[in-house]
Write a protein that binds this ligand. Structure first.
Ligand code: SF4
Length: 359
C-alpha cells in the first residue's frame, strides 16, 4: 500500500490526467473504487452498466465495491425496507462474481469515515460547483423544499472514492460530471493541505446508454422498465414482452429497423453473436414478428443468468455467509479509511492533543 507518512510529499496515487478508458490496460497496481445504491436485487441496467465490467477488473486490480446506503436516504425511501435492499444487492454482487477473496465488498454505513470525510470536503467545495451539477438541477426541480443532501450528494461520492485513495472509478457517462467534481475536490484539498489524494480517473462503461424496456432514456427499478437479473424465465418473458420496438413495425410483416430497436440492442448483449445477423435480416425482411424476436431475447437473458440465479439461491439459503462477507469487507475497508483519516485530520489541524506535545 502507498506510503502517506511524509506530509509534504505528494501521494504516489496523485495524478492529473482525466482521460477515460475502458479498464483494459490499467497499470497492475491500480486501485479501483465503485459504489452502487441499494435498490434491491440488481437489474439489467445495473448489470450492463456496471457489474459486468466490475467482475473482470478484479483479475488485475485492487477493487473496493461498496453498497452506498447513505446515498440512498436522499429522497423518498422506506427505512424499514433499506436493510433488505442492502442484503439483496449484496447477494446480486456475489452471484454475478464479485469475489470477496479478491475484492473488498462492503456497506458504506459500516465505515463512518465516509461521512466524516464528506463533512471535511465541504470546506473546500464551492456551492456554485454543486449547483452546476446536471443531476442536481434535474432532481432539485422535483422538490418544493430541496434537501441539502441532494446538493451535497457529490461530496459524499468524492469522499467514498478518495477515502480509499482510488485511482480509477468505473462510471457511466451520466456520472462523469460527478467524478470530475471529485477530481476538483481532490485538487482543491491537495492545494490547501498538501498533496495527498489522487485525482481519480474514469473507466468508462462500454455498454453505452441502456434504455429502459419502455424506451425511457434510463433503465431503472423505480421506473419498472427493467428486469431483475435473478428473475426466473417466466418473469423475464413477462417483462421483455412489454418492450417497445421499432415503431415502424405495425403489422407482423412490416419491414423493421433493428438499428433503432432497443430489443435488438439487448440481443447484442445477451444473444449468441452468431444469431444476430439472422435476427437483423428477418427483422428487415419482416419475416419474423416482434413477439417471436422478443421470445429469443427472453430466452437469451434467462440462459445468460442461469448460473447467477443458482449462486444467488445458495447465498439466500445462507444469509449468515453474506453478512460475514460484508463484515469482513468492512473490516478491510476500515483499515484503509482510518489510515486516510489520520492523515487528513493531521493535515487539517484536527488534532488538538498535539498542542501539548509541541505540535
Ligand atoms: S423484429 Fe426484433 S429487432 Fe426487429 S423491430 Fe421487432 S423486436 Fe426489434
Amino acid at each position: 500500500m502507498t506510503d502517506h507518512g511524509t506530509k509534504a510529499s505528494p501521494s504516489p496515487r496523485t495524478g492529473t490526467n482525466a482521460t477515460p478508458d475502458t479498464g483494459g490496460a490499467l497499470p497492475a497496481e491500480t486501485r479501483v473504487f465503485s459504489g452502487m445504491q441499494p435498490s434491491g436485487e440488481a437489474h439489467l441496467g445495473n448489470y450492463l452498466g456496471a457489474l459486468r465490467q466490475w467482475v473482470p477488473l478484479q483479475d488485475a486490480h485492487e477493487c473496493f465495491f461498496c453498497i452506498v446506503d447513505q446515498h440512498a436516504i436522499v429522497g423518498e425511501y422506506e427505512p424499514d425496507d433499506l436493510p433488505a435492499r442492502v442484503f439483496d444487492l449484496a447477494t446480486s454482487f456475489l452471484a454475478v462474481g464479485l469475489d470477496p477473496e479478491r475484492s473488498t465488498i462492503f456497506v458504506q454505513s459500516d465505515v463512518p469515515e465516509h461521512a466524516e470525510l464528506a463533512w471535511l470536503f465541504n470546506s473546500v467545495t464551492p456551492v456554485g460547483d454543486l449547483e452546476r451539477m446536471t443531476q442536481y438541477k434535474d432532481k432539485s426541480a422535483r422538490y418544493e423544499s430541496i434537501p441539502a443532501g441532494l446538493l451535497n450528494y457529490p461530496i459524499l461520492q468524492a469522499a467514498d472514492i478518495l477515502l480509499y485513495r482510488a485511482d480509477r472509478v468505473p462510471v457511466g457517462e451520466d456520472q462523469l460530471q460527478h467524478l470530475e467534481l471529485s477530481r476538483e475536490i481532490a485538487r482543491k484539498w491537495n492545494a490547501r493541505f498538501g498533496g495527498y489524494f489522487p485525482e481519480p480517473k474514469p473507466i468508462l462503461s462500454q455498454a453505452g446508454r441502456i434504455l429502459g424496456l419502455d424506451g425511457n432514456a434510463k433503465m431503472s427499478k423505480s421506473l419498472e422498465n427493467t428486469v431483475r437479473i435473478l428473475a426466473e424465465p417466466e418473469e423475464i418473458w413477462g417483462r421483455v414482452r412489454t418492450a417497445v420496438t421499432d415503431p415502424q413495425r405495425v403489422r407482423r410483416d412490416d419491414p423493421g429497423r433493428p438499428e433503432v430497436c432497443n430489443v435488438y440492442t439487448l440481443h447484442g448483449h445477451f444473444t449468441d453473436p452468431e444469431r444476430l445477423p439472422d435476427i437483423a435480416a428477418q427483422c428487415r425482411a419482416g419475416t419474423r414478428g416482434c413477439v417471436d424476436c422478443k421470445r429469443i431475447l427472453a430466452e437469451s437473458i434467462g440462459d445468460h443468468f442461469a448460473e447467477v440465479r443458482e449462486r444467488a439461491r445458495e447465498y439466500r439459503e445462507d444469509p449468515g455467509l453474506v453478512r460475514d462477507i460484508l463484515e469482513a469487507g468492512a473490516r478491510r475497508a476500515r483499515v484503509e479509511a482510518q489510515e486516510t483519516m489520520e492523515a487528513v485530520r493531521d493535515r487539517m489541524g484536527i488534532r488538538w492533543r498535539s498542542r501539548g506535545e509541541g505540535g
